[in-house]
Design a protein around this ligand. Structure first.
Ligand code: DQA
Length: 147
């Protein structure tokens, strides 16, 4: 069986492509999902892809991943900067966690410079636009398949 990589997107990322395109670009989240599904085939992994504006839903998906996923890619949106609960949930997951930000959060407002999730993440990608998701999937596949 191929290992599963869970890809989670937090609040407001459902508006990707429409929301502040000068910051987040014009690709939609459906485009990102399609790119990842195509790439996953080449990499020999399965992708499970979710977005929610609700913190508890992201936490529940992270809990499920304890039994059903080998790695997690997460763009927690603004929960990056606020959520100890998401950090705690990720700490209960044993596989690799990679954190993604479409924009370079370090170039933006000071409140975006701190990430709770970075305390847990094996790696962080920020400022590579939506391409960051593919880069992170390559890394996750490498980590879980030892390719
Ligand atoms: C983001 C950066 C966050 O600061 C912001 O709240 C987002 C998106 C990014 O992908 O660049 O919603 O995670």
């Amino acid at each position: 069986m191929k290992p599963t990589v869970l890809v989670l997107n937090g609040p407001n990322l459902n508006l990707l492509g429409k929301r502040q395109p000068h910051i987040y670009g014009s690709e939609t989240l459906a485009d990102v999902e399609a790119d990842l599904r195509a790439l996953a085939k080449d990499l020999g992994v399965e992708v499970r892809f979710h977005q929610s504006n609700r913190e508890y839903e992201l936490i529940d998906w992270i809990h499920d991943a304890r039994e059903t996923a080998a790695a997690i890619l997460i763009n927690p949106g603004a929960f990056t900067h606020t959520s100890v609960a998401i950090l705690d949930a990720l700490n209960a997951f044993e596989g690799p966690v990679l954190e993604i930000h479409i924009s370079n959060v370090h170039k933006r407002e000071a409140f975006r410079h701190h990430s709770y999730v970075s305390q847990r993440a094996e790696g962080v990608i920020a400022g590579f636009g939506t391409q960051g998701y593919s880069l992170a999937l390559r890394r996750a596949a490498h980590l879980v398949t030892n390719a």
